[in-house]
Design a protein around this ligand. Structure first.
Ligand code: SF4
Ligand code: SF4
Ligand code: SF4
Ligand code: FES
Length: 354
């Protein structure tokens, strides 16, 4: 029997699909833009934000594209006057909840998804009564600033913490207008199970979760991303250094690249201050009579070679070499070759085993 390909029509385009795909999956694959806020790639769709509403022929109401599985013969429109009205109202409701009247000084301005959608749908501001619930900013940890007056309760942070990183440090807490993202017991992050991977900061579409120093440094939207590989361990996570004026201000994981697909650990994401630190050594130091003095590379290398030769000449096993996960495979190879063939000892090890 001839196999008939299943198809769906989105905005007059007839498109094939495979079972299990949602309307959003098919639209994305075919470069049809349906706005999303709560949708998080690789996680169970929650349908929390209602911004991805589309018109499915025969349905009684608009449906969320991120949750509805496609069916053979389905006909969908992604932007009608009714959809635009619905999206505007959703954005107005979000703007009415919490404090979004200070985009000018907000650290996420320029990269905020809510700001972008408000502009796209020509929403002038909050038009519903504020819930009146306010939250103090939480800044009692070295990495993350939590400002729930900007939270739109999209749930992306909860999903990424629980489903992607599997740290299970945060969840929805309280009820109704009091609903808030909390740790167990609503403790500050520093007293919770949080490991400060910063994954929740990367996926937060607004400024509810930002790096601790976000109000003192250039906004991410003012920087240029430079793709590189994390130098902290052998996993080889792909990251973007966000650079302005020849200085790194933020780090984010590359969402499209293996092996990490956007994830980073606390070191890769936050431990980059050393790059611009004025405490970095820029010249070799030689210790004499208990204190260090600056030396040239030539002098330092000559001294090191002479002393290694003297010590190894007496007893080869009195010297050893420790290599590093922060250098390349080739450099580690050369270091062990040097140790075995020049210093004539097998005392060679690697910092990953310390
Ligand atoms: S979070 Fe977004 S919408 Fe809210 S103030 Fe900041 S830039 Fe504006
Ligand atoms: S930093 Fe990581 S562990 Fe902590 S709440 Fe965010 S996602 Fe969870
Ligand atoms: S903190 Fe950010 S990611 Fe988490 S629910 Fe609020 S807006 Fe969404
Ligand atoms: S993106 Fe579909 S409901 Fe939020």
């Amino acid at each position: 029997m001839e196999h008939k390909e299943k198809r769906i029509v989105i905005d007059d385009k007839s498109l094939p699909f495979t079972d299990g795909e949602t309307i959003l999956d098919v639209a994305k694959r075919n470069h049809i833009d349906i706005p999303t806020l709560c949708h998080l790639k690789g996680s169970m769709p929650t349908g929390a934000c209602r911004i991805c509403m589309v018109d499915v022929a025969g349905a009684r109401t608009l449906l969320t594209a991120c949750t509805v599985p496609v069916e053979d013969g389905m006909t969908v429109r992604t932007e009608t006057p009714e959809i635009i009205r619905s999206r505007r109202m959703t954005i107005e409701l979000m703007l009415s909840s919490g404090r979004h009247d200070d985009c000018l000084v907000c650290p996420s301005s320029g990269s905020c998804r809510l700001q972008e959608l408000a502009f796209r749908y020509k929403v002038k501001g909050a038009s519903f009564k504020d819930t009146g619930v306010t939250y103090p900013m939480e800044a009692v940890n070295p990495f993350i600033l939590r400002d729930f007056s900007k939270c739109i309760l999209c749930g992306r942070c909860v999903q990424v913490c629980n489903e992607v990183q599997v740290n299970e440090a945060i969840d929805f807490g309280y009820r109704g207008a009091q609903t808030k993202i909390i740790t167990k017991g609503d403790l500050p992050l520093k007293d919770s199970d949080c490991v400060f991977c910063g994954e929740c900061v990367q996926v937060c579409p607004v400024a509810a979760l930002v790096p601790r120093d976000a109000r003192m440094v250039p906004r991410i939207s003012e920087t240029e991303p430079v793709r590189t590989t994390c130098s902290y361990c052998g996993v080889g996570c792909q990251m973007n250094l966000h650079v302005k004026s020849n200085r790194v201000w933020h780090v984010s994981g590359c969402e499209e690249a293996a092996p990490n697909f956007g994830s980073l650990c606390v070191k890769g994401r936050y431990a980059f201050d050393f790059i611009a630190s004025d405490r970095r050594l820029t010249t070799p130091l030689i210790k004499e009579n208990g204190s260090f003095r600056e030396a040239s590379w030539g002098e330092a290398l000559d001294l090191t070679a002479r002393r290694l030769k003297e010590i190894a000449g007496v007893h080869a096993d009195a010297v050893g070499v420790l290599t590093s996960a922060r250098v390349t495979n080739e450099e580690n190879y050369v270091a062990q070759k040097f140790t075995r063939t020049v210093l004539k000892t097998n005392n060679v090890d690697h910092c990953a085993r310390l």
